[in-house]
Structure formats: structure tokens, C-alpha cells
Design a protein around this ligand. Structure first.
Ligand code: AGP
Length: 611
């Protein structure tokens, strides 16, 4: 949550800060602000309530510029969205932007108020500005020392960019449990919450670790570890294309990302699958393959859409590799005293690699003896760096808050893991593995067929966008897709939706079904098709409006359903990756018809970096 960008160099930086914030807007968008050290020797700020277009308007109505500055786009945790609560915050000489939560801010604030300091905002962040300013007033030798002394007094998470009004030659940054990268390019130094913020200016990044602080000057970045000792953090060259973080003619990032899925799956499979040999190459995963192949059980943890990928993974891995897979919502796992030992493989799944609950659950599993193989999209994210091994998904930057390509590439990754394990454990015949991998290789082509049809979704949107509630049903590995379809619809159209295992309908949900209730049934031909068809008939018998996601040419379903979205015939192994594309498009078109803010739905943020 919240995006931060900072700059020091030779250039006037207002455009760098504003474009950087635009690229981070997915992290939060309820208020925003920038602060720039101007040539006149002071720092000017512009803050607004609302999205970045409001900040652009406010800034351009009274512009200012300089060669050092910082900016912030906010997702409120403490204090409602307002101009006063927008960052940057200033106390005395100190101006800063913060991502994270200062847990003991109440206690610190009382102490500071007793010493005569007054506060403008309701945020936890403002105490940091006051603490650092106080350390400077008490004689700290410079901003870096003052920051370190202040941070010794706080508990919680932070990524910080800090400057002072009287020193236009220095930014200080700090990180603890909230991501922070430093980018460098020919005398320009950038600090940001995430790589896409400044990708158009540099591809060379250093990744701060927890407890690190850094001093950024026009000569470069000096990084210090948690003990205050100078430390080298390796510079990594990032190959992401800045263009892929733009809309490229699509109306929304979400639509662009839905259409990108075939290409991103090709990227995820590239160099890893060999359908002729029936094997997967996971040498990049830095965990002893013999240990990995021999684990007693796998525990998968995640939140939201990534959790739905874990649900699909349970079906795939148990069936193909015959290893027991437990799945847990990360925030539940942490508090349920799970049974883990040193023969357990923990697999956290995450797009961002920064989700606080998943990071904490992964730490818990590790403490209990598990080894960690994460399935992550963002390169060098905290999760990737804290894992024993990483299987990257190569979805590229995902900007739309509603996750799409991250999900299907996660499914590609778990399918690869299933085949790898099945082969190593001697439970998967080579011929069968070849079939699985051939199916996986065909997925992008089959997806294209779904992406080429749009009229059916527009018809559905016209007919059902007034619905108050929608039920989604599926069985087997389509049950998680029912949940994911419902989540997509809720997130972006604000229509209540629920995804259930179709067999569960008669145990309660059937009471909801009447002629007002659209029911989306995910019923491609395959393993439990006949069972789902019976559930479809039960729903129709209660006058439900049926929308079926079904195999092309299925006349039986066409006769019963009010609307049919066709998906190509495919093996059960990859079918969830196809039906979910139909569910994504359905949600997208309903939301577009309703005119909601699809890429930045209300109350949400892309990375949930607070518990
Ligand atoms: C889904 O559309 C959401 N963006 C959300 O549920 C997301 O999947 C969840 O917050 C987990 O994020 P992660 O994959 O970055 O860990």
C-alpha cells in the first residue's frame, strides 16, 4: 500500500516524481503529494485529496521545480483520505513520505505533545517527521544519524524517503518490512517503492534489505545495514520493458493484461518445459532437488487471487505428483498453530511478493522447519529474497488492481511444479507427462480463441449489470475458478458475488435462487461434467438465470442455459487457465458497462503490505 518516489540529480524533477507516482498509483490512490527543494533554497509542497489527476491539476496551477524531491500516493491506514493526511508530511525542517504502519505512534505522539509539539494530521507517519526533527534539534550530526536515532524508537513497518528544508544535497531512505529500491543512471539517483516507478529512467536497481538506511547524493548512494555499517547491495539489471507498463491502446490496464496472457504464459514456460521428454527443468530453483522430490507434504499459502491459484494447485499437485497439499489463507495460517516440520515444503504464492500476511506466514513456516519455494512475479521482491528457492512467473508488471495475468501464470507455474515432482517421485509416466506438457504448451493458442470473442460478454453485461448478486458455481478444479470469477466481479463492478462448489448448492445456497438471480456455472466438458450439469438443472428448476461457461458446441448446455460463453475443448489439467479468462472478461465487461473505475476500484490497493 502507498507508493513512494524520490529523486536527486541534475534534472528538474517534478515530471520524474509525477510520472513515478503515476506508475505507482496501483499501490494506493486516495490522496497524493510531492515536495521539491527549489532553487530559492526552500522546499515547496503540493498535496491533494483524491487521485493523481487532481495532483497534476493542483501542481500545474502553481508549478515549482528543483533537482531534489519526493512524492507519495496514499492508501489510507491511519486517518481518513484528506489533504491534511496526504503525504509528504513536514515537521520543522524535516519532510518525508512513508509506506507502512508505525504501530507505537500513539505512545510516541503523546510523548511529543507533552514536549510541546503539535500535529496537523491523524496519521501515524507524522510522528516520524517530528521524531527526526527532534533528533536534529537535539544535536544529531546529520539527517542520516537523526533518522537512525528516530527509527530506534519506532515499532512497525516503513519505507521512507526523507529530506530537510535546509539541505538540497541529500535524501535519506530507510526500509523495514516495506519495499524500497534505489535506481541509478548517470548521476540521477532514484528511490522508489517498486521498479516500474522509474523504469523509463533506469534499469539498474539495488534492493534495500530490512533495517537498511541509505544516503543519496548527486555522487551516488551509500547504503548502511541495520547496525549502521556501510554495506554493498548488489546492483541488478532489470529487463522489464517500460512499454509493458503502459496501456498500449487498451481502454484499461486490466483489459490489456487479460489480452497479454498468452504471451506471458509463453514467457513463463520458456526454457522450462520439454514436452518431447515429458520433463520440466527447474534447475533455477535453488533447493536441493533430492530433498524437494522427497517432501512429506506441501503447504501452500497466499491471499486473494493468489490463494485461488493455491486451490487449483492442490488438485494438480495431488493428482499428478501424489504429494499431500495443504492450502491456507496466509492470515489464517499464522494464527492456527499449523503442523510443520523439516520435511515440509512451504510454497507461498504472490504476484507482488510483498503481501504482509503471506510474508509473515512464510516466516512462521520457516521457523517451524519448512523450506520455502515461492512462486512470485516481482523479481527481487521481499518474498523472493527471503525464500530458499523461487519459481518466477514472468507475468511482467501487473498494474490493474484486479489480478489477471498474474493468476494464469501462477497456474502455469504450479502445473510445471506438479509435473516436475511427479517425474522425480516416480509416480508420473513419461507418456502422461508428455501429454500434460503438450497441453500446457497449447494453452496460449487456446486462450487466444477466447480472447477473440467479445460480443457475448457485451450481451451479458447489458442483461445482467443491474443484478444485485451473482452466484458462481464450479466443481473440482473449476471450484477455485468460480471463486476467482466471483472475486473479479465484486472487485471491479461492486456487484455482490459468491463462488461455491456446485455440490454445496443444495446445502443452503439454493434458497437464494429465483428469477432475479444470475448463476454463472463453470461447466466445461471433463472429469465432473455430468455432476455439474445436474447442478445446472437444479438451478434452472428454481428459475435461476443461467450463464454457462462451457465447451464450444455443447448443445446440451446451450438448450438449458440463458447465455453460453464458449471455451475450447482442453485437458482438465489446463482447463482452469481457460475458463478463468472467460470469467475475467465477463467481470470486465459488466464493470465497463456500469462505468466503474476498473483499474483502481474503490477501497482497494494492489499490494497489501499491511496486516
Ligand atoms: C485480486 O484481484 C487482488 N488484487 C488481490 O486479491 C490479490 O490477489 C491479493 O491481495 C494477493 O496479492 P499478491 O498476489 O500480490 O500477494
Amino acid at each position: 500500500m502507498c507508493g513512494i518516489v524520490g529523486y536527486i540529480g541534475a534534472k528538474e524533477c517534478s515530471d520524474i516524481l509525477l510520472s513515478g507516482l503515476k506508475n505507482l498509483e496501483y499501490r494506493g490512490y486516495d490522496s497524493a503529494g510531492i515536495a521539491i527543494g527549489t532553487d530559492g533554497g526552500d522546499v515547496q509542497m503540493c498535496r491533494v485529496k483524491g487521485k493523481l489527476n487532481k495532483l497534476y491539476e493542483a501542481y500545474h496551477s502553481d508549478p515549482f521545480d528543483g533537482t531534489i524531491g519526493l512524492g507519495h500516493t496514499r492508501w489510507a491506514t491511519h486517518g481518513r483520505p484528506s489533504k491534511t493526511n496526504a503525504h509528504p508530511h513536514r515537521a520543522g525542517r524535516v519532510i518525508l513520505a512513508h509506506n507502512g504502519i508505525i504501530e507505537n505512534y500513539g505512545e510516541i505522539k503523546s510523548r511529543l505533545v507533552d514536549k510541546g509539539r503539535s500535529f496537523d494530521s491523524q496519521t501515524d507517519t507524522e510522528v516520524l517527521a517530528h521524531l527526526i526533527d527532534q533528533e536534529l534539534a537535539n544535536g544529531a550530526s546529520d539527517l542520516h544519524s537523526a533518522t537512525r536515532q528516530a527509527l530506534e524508537q519506532v515499532e512497525g513497518s516503513y519505507a521512507l524517503v526523507i529530506m530537510t528544508a535546509d539541505n538540497p544535497d541529500r535524501l535519506v531512505v530507510a526500509r523495514n518490512a516495506s519495499p524500497m529500491v534505489i535506481g541509478t543512471s548517470d548521476g540521477d539517483i532514484f528511490a522508489a517503492s517498486d521498479i516500474p516507478a522509474v523504469l523509463e529512467y533506469t534499469r539498474d536497481f539495488q534492493f534495500l534489505e530490512d533495517g537498511d538506511t541509505a544516503v543519496l547524493t548527486r555522487d551516488g548512494a551509500e547504503i548502511y545495514d541495520a547496525d549502521g555499517e556501510p554495506v554493498e547491495r548488489e546492483t541488478k539489471h532489470i529487463n522489464w520493458d517500460p512499454i509493458s507498463a503502459e496501456k498500449q491502446g487498451y481502454k484499461h490496464f486490466m483489459l490489456k493484461e487479460i489480452h497479454e496472457q498468452p504471451a506471458r504464459i509463453i514467457d513463463t514456460l520458456r526454457g522450462r518445459v520439454d514436452p518431447e521428454e515429458g520433463d520440466v527443468d527447474l534447475r533455477e530453483v535453488d533447493i536441493d532437488p533430492e530433498w524437494l522430490a522427497d517432501v512429506d507434504k506441501i503447504v501452500m499459502i497466499a491471499c486473494g487471487t493468489s490463494f485461488h491459484a493455491c486451490q487449483v494447485a492442490k488438485y494438480a499437485i495431488e493428482q499428478v505428483a501424489r504429494v499431500p497439499v495443504e492450502i491456507d489463507l496466509a492470515h489464517e495460517f499464522r494464527y492456527r498453530d499449523p503442523i510443520i516440520d523439516d520435511n515440509t515444503l512451504c510454497v507461498p504464492v504472490s504476484q507482488s511478493g510483498e503481501t504482509a500476511d503471506t510474508l509473515a506466514a512464510m516466516g512462521e513456516a520457516r521457523e517451524r522447519g519448512a523450506r520455502v519455494l515461492s512462486i512470485v512475479n516481482v523479481i527481487e521482491s521481499t518474498m523472493a529474497r527471503e525464500s530458499d528457492g523461487v519459481l518466477y512467473t514472468h507475468a511482467g508488471p501487473e498494474i490493474g488492481v484486479a489480478s489477471t495475468k498474474a493468476f494464469t501464470t501462477q497456474l502455469a507455474a504450479v502445473n510445471m511444479l506438479a509435473v516436475w515432482l511427479g517425474r522425480r517421485r516416480g509416480v508420473l509416466e513419461q507418456d502422461t507427462a508428455c501429454e500434460y506438457l503438450k497441453a500446457l504448451r497449447q494453452t496460449p493458442n487456446l486462450m487466444e480463441k477466447i480472447l477473440n470473442r467479445t460480443d457475448i460478454y457485451e450481451q451479458i453485461a447489458r442483461r445482467y449489470s443491474d443484478a444485485e448478486s451473482v452466484l458462481y458455481m464450479g466443481r473440482g478444479n473449476q471450484f477455485p475458478i468460480a471463486r476467482e470469477g466471483a472475486l473479479k466481479l465484486k472487485e471491479i463492478s461492486y456487484i455482490h458475488a459468491e463462488g461455491l462448489a456446485a455440490g454445496e448448492m443444495k446445502h443452503g445456497h439454493i434458497a437464494l435462487i429465483d428469477e432475479e438471480m444470475p448463476v454463472v456455472v463453470i461447466a466445461p466438458r471433463g472429469g465432473v461434467y455430468d455432476k455439474v450439469f445436474s447442478n445446472l438443472e437444479e438451478a434452472k428448476a428454481r428459475q435461476g438465470e443461467l450463464i454457462a461457461i462451457a465447451t464450444e458446441g455443447d448443445e446440451q448446455i446451450a438448450e438449458l442455459a440463458d447465455m453460453v460463453v464458449e471455451v475450447p475443448e482442453a485437458s482438465d489439467f489446463i482447463q482452469p487457465m481457460l475458463s478463468v479468462v472467460a470469467a475475467q472478461l465477463l467481470a470486465y465487461h459488466v464493470a465497463d458497462f456500469k462505468g466503474t473505475d476498473i483499474d483502481q476500484p474503490r477501497n482497494l490497493a494492489k499490494s497489501v503490505t499491511v496486516e
